[in-house]
Design a protein. Structure first.
Length: 298
C-alpha cells in the first residue's frame, strides 16, 4: 500500500515539497524535504508526530506549540517536535528548507511498549529548537535515504525511525536479559532460514523480530551481536549473493532476477551488486558465458 504524506498544507505562507518518501515502502512513518517561504505558517493537529529539522543557513523563527513559545535563530540541524494531536504555528523571517518527518502514533506506541519504558516516559513531548547530536545523525541518515538515487532496503529506514523514537523519549533500550547478548544458535538458524526463503518479499523488522519472539529494539541489538552486521545490511547482502548466483546460471533475465531476489527493480539490484561486489550484473554474466569459439566446439 502506498502511503500519502500526511503533511497538511499550511493556512498561510508557501510550502513546496521537493522530495517525498511516498513510494519508498516506508510503513508507519515518512519524510518530506520542504521548501518553506518566509511568513506565517499554521499546521493543524494531526494523528501523527511531526519533527521539522532545519536545513541550511540560519533563519530567525518565532514558534508556538501548546504552552511553549520561542523566538530564536534556527540553525542547521535544529528540530521542532509537534506531537500527535497538537497544532503548531511559526513565523520564519526568511525562506528556508525543512526536512519534515512524520511518525504514526501506533508505531510510536508499539515501540514504547517494546521498550518497557515507565509510563511517565511513554510519550513524545512538544519541543522547540531541540538540539540532539544523535537525533541529527539519524535525521541526516534518513534524509540521505530520501535523496538517494537508489535507496537502501526499507528495513534500514525502519531501523532509523525506531532509533529516532528512542531518542525522542530519552529512553535507553536495555536487553530483557543482559546475560543474553546473542541469539541462540537455534533462533539464529531459524531466522536465517526464514530470511533466505523470503528474500523476494518486503521484510519488516516487526516480522523478523516475531520469528525469534523479541521486541524490535532488542532484536536489532541481538542480531548485530550475532551476525556482526545490522539487519538491513544482512538482508541486502543475502539478496546480492542470491542474485549473483542466478546471474551466473544464466537462465533468467536481470529484470526477473531483481524481482525474485527482493530488489525494487533492475537498476536497484545493479547498484547493490556494484557497491558490495565491485562489478556489474553484466560483468557477472559475461564472466560465466563461454566464448563463441568454445560454444561452437572449436
Amino acid at each position: 500500500m502506498k502511503l500519502a504524506s500526511p503533511i497538511a498544507l499550511p493556512h498561510s505562507g508557501t510550502r513546496v515539497r521537493l522530495r517525498s518518501s511516498k513510494g519508498l515502502g516506508w510503513n508507519g512513518f515518512g519524510a518530506d524535504l520542504m521548501s518553506v517561504s518566509a511568513g506565517l505558517h499554521r499546521i493543524p493537529a494531526m494523528p501523527v508526530h511531526r519533527i521539522g529539522v532545519h536545513v541550511g543557513a540560519p533563519v530567525k523563527a518565532h514558534c508556538h506549540c501548546e504552552n511553549q513559545r520561542g523566538s530564536r535563530i534556527q540553525a542547521h540541524g535544529d528540530a521542532d517536535v509537534i506531537p500527535a494531536g497538537l497544532d503548531g504555528q511559526w513565523t520564519d523571517d526568511a525562506s528556508c528548507t525543512i526536512f519534515s518527518i512524520w511518525i504514526d502514533e501506533p508505531l510510536a506506541r508499539q515501540t514504547f511498549d517494546q521498550l518497557n519504558v515507565k509510563p511517565a516516559q511513554a510519550s513524545i513531548r512538544p519541543r522547540l529548537q531541540m538540539r540532539d547530536a544523535r537525533f541529527q545523525h539519524l535525521a541526516w541518515a534518513l534524509r540521505a535515504e530520501l535523496e538517494a538515487d537508489e535507496a537502501s532496503d526499507p528495513l534500514y529506514a525502519q531501523s532509523l525511525c525506531t532509533a529516532m523514537i528512542v531518542r525522542l523519549i530519552g529512553a535507553v533500550p536495555s536487553l530483557e536479559d543482559r546475560r543474553r547478548r546473542k541469539l541462540s544458535p537455534v533462533a539464529a538458524a531459524r531466522l536465517i532460514e526464514y530470511i533466505d526463503s523470503h528474500l523476494a518479499d518486503r521484510l519488516t523488522l516487526a516480522e523478523l523480530a516475531a520469528i525469534v519472539d523479541l521486541s524490535v529494539p532488542h532484536f536489532k541489538v541481538l542480531f548485530r551481536e550475532t551476525l556482526g552486521m545490522p539487519v538491513h545490511r544482512y538482508v541486502i547482502q543475502r539478496r546480492v549473493e542470491r542474485a549473483s548466483a542466478l546471474l551466473r546460471q544464466g537462465k533468467l533475465g536481470a529484470s526477473q532476477i531483481a524481482l525474485d531476489t527482493g530488489f525494487a527493480h533492475q537498476s536497484h539490484m545493479a547498484h547493490w551488486i556494484n557497491r558490495l561486489l565491485g562489478v556489474s550484473p553484466r560483468d557477472i554474466v559475461a564472466a560465466n558465458t563461454p566464448a563463441r569459439g568454445m560454444r561452437d566446439g572449436r
